[in-house]
Design a binder for this molecule. Structure first.
Ligand SMILES: [Zn+2]
Length: 508
């Protein structure tokens, strides 16, 4: 039995009076499903399931009150630092912010003392066009501000912010992600420069460490027991800080951590950490794939992408490629086809996948890790923005599953809604916020969507089940699963992650 770091002994949890819900048929033995049982976990495994298990000294107990118990949810694609920071930021997303005026009102109402930083997120150019420093200066002249585009690809800084960060005039180093106009003056835009900007904020004494504990507690309250961080340019320090946060108990869930291409050595000799035992990492953290970001403006050549995939594979890492456009999907699938795929290779998002790609996806065994939550959150804008012929390829789900393509679901928090139950509801309804349907043929049953959150972090296609010897990653709901799903937002009675109670509803 693996002993979790820090506890010194195997914790035991006795969950009394629950009904094991198979989520989808056949995943638990019939003899257990449907009966009221007790479930006892020891360390990070389920040790016993049966009627009336006697508590032993030292057992922590939870009364399940007859509610269903199912595998805890693993959210297969989030961005932990961005999520934690978003939780402390001003939301300037449409439809609440739909004009320059409403943007100005929102920014001026931001909490914080005069002169302190404002961090705003979710901006879309439908409100006041593509922002630059001049526009922001007019809207908010007296506090340094940085505003993130909802894609996550762009930050815009006002003049005060540029000044505080020593960016006006720009630094001599030409390799920064800071956009300059034709005269060499910063426009305020920083493209794909999260890490650079974070370091700059720290260097100039302008940063606050975001509170990872708060988002982890929220996830636990929703029944989430595992999180995959899919941040593309995670540097050593932020990766180490995530590992610390898990080890010290700030983060309650299991973590599966992707790395950037920089983690690979120049000749593919980079850290070989594909096995679960990464040196110095506790058992609750596993190393993930190399994350490759694609951007239509600056796509790698086919050969570059093939080489990168090959290098990752030869250092023992699968590859996860960000694909949100038709071009990106086609390029990624062609490159995997040339380089060869290994288990664990993934397509992230898969927002626009033509049926022509399906046979190759299936042959290569690529997993598509997608986010139906965007249908609700952004669907109305998609319908306005994308060409009619693209509509049927938006966020495919049912057709991919029917074609035998493995799928895992995720929230993409903070860019998508961070509640997996709302993602499940979107997968089942395919409704936009305004109630319009997108791809009704792609709907799947809500239970099937729950199951797509029940894969392992490292092997999303391997379903976890509530069974003796299975992982002690569990969620107990107050109401039967079908009723809970019908309500849209189930009440989570208790969450157990890696054998520790990480959430308990107030007794009531
Ligand atoms: Zn993402």
């Amino acid at each position: 039995m693996r002993i979790e770091g820090g506890t010194g002994a195997d914790l035991a949890v006795l969950i009394r009076r629950v009904v094991v819900d198979p989520v989808t048929p056949g995943s638990v033995p019939d003899v257990i499903g449907g009966e009221i049982v007790d479930v006892r976990t020891v360390g990070d495994r389920i040790d016993e399931i049966g009627p009336h298990i006697a508590p032993r000294p030292g057992d922590e107990t939870v009364d399940g009150r007859g509610g269903p118990i199912l595998p805890g949810l693993h959210d297969h694609h989030v961005h932990l630092w961005a999520w934690a920071a978003a939780a402390e930021s001003v939301d300037v997303a449409p439809p609440a912010v739909d004009s320059a005026d409403s943007l100005a009102r929102c920014l001026r109402a931001a909490p914080g003392a005069p002169g302190t930083w404002i961090r705003a997120i979710g901006y879309h150019e439908s409100a006041a066009g593509l922002l630059d420093r001049e526009t922001l200066d007019r809207l908010l002249p007296d506090r340094p501000a940085r505003i993130q585009h909802r894609s996550g690809a762009l930050w815009v800084l006002n003049s005060l912010a540029l000044e505080r960060l020593g960016l006006d005039p720009p630094p001599a180093d030409a390799s920064t992600p800071l956009e300059l106009d034709t005269t060499g003056r910063p426009t305020g835009r920083v493209w794909r420069g999260d890490t650079w900007l974070r370091e700059r904020l720290a260097t100039f004494g302008c940063s606050q460490t975001p509170d990872l504990a708060a988002i982890s507690r929220r996830a636990a309250s929703l029944g989430v027991t595992g999180l995959t961080d899919a941040t593309p340019d995670q540097d050593h320090a932020s990766l180490a800080a995530l590992i610390d946060a898990r080890t010290s108990g700030l983060i309650l869930q299991r973590l599966h951590l992707m790395v950037g291409r920089d983690a690979l050595g120049p000749d593919g000799s980079g850290p070989s950490t594909s096995a679960s035992a990464a040196p110095g990492w506790p058992a609750t953290i596993t190393p993930g794939p190399v994350k490759v970001m694609l951007d239509d403006e600056r796509l790698p050549t086919f050969d570059e992408l093939v080489t990168l995939i090959g290098r990752a594979h030869s250092s023992g890492r699968p590859v996860a490629v960000h694909c949100v456009t038709r071009t990106q999907g086609a390029l990624a699938v062609a490159a995997f086809s040339e380089a060869g795929a290994v288990p664990g290779d993934r397509i992230e998002h898969g927002s626009l996948i033509g049926l022509d790609l399906v046979p190759t996806l299936r042959r290569l065994g690529l997993i598509v890790v997608t986010q139906p939550g965007f249908l609700h959150q952004r669907g109305d804008r998609y319908l306005a923005d994308v060409a009619a012929e693209d509509g049927r390829d938006l966020w495919r789900l049912g057709s991919l599953l029917d074609a035998g393509i493995p799928i895992a679901l995720s929230t993409d928090a903070p860019f998508g809604p961070d509640d997996p139950w709302s993602v499940i509801q979107s997968a089942a309804s395919r409704r936009t916020a305004a109630g319009r349907l997108i791809g009704p043929g792609e709907r799947i049953a809500a239970r099937r969507a729950v199951a797509l959150f029940c894969g392992e972090g490292e092997r999303p296609r391997r379903r976890r089940v509530v069974t003796r010897g299975g992982p002690a990653d569990l969620v107990v709901l107050t109401d039967p699963l079908d009723d809970s799903l019908a309500s849209g937002s189930p009440t989570v009675l208790a969450t157990v992650a890696a054998g520790t109670i990480v959430h308990r509803a107030e007794a009531g």
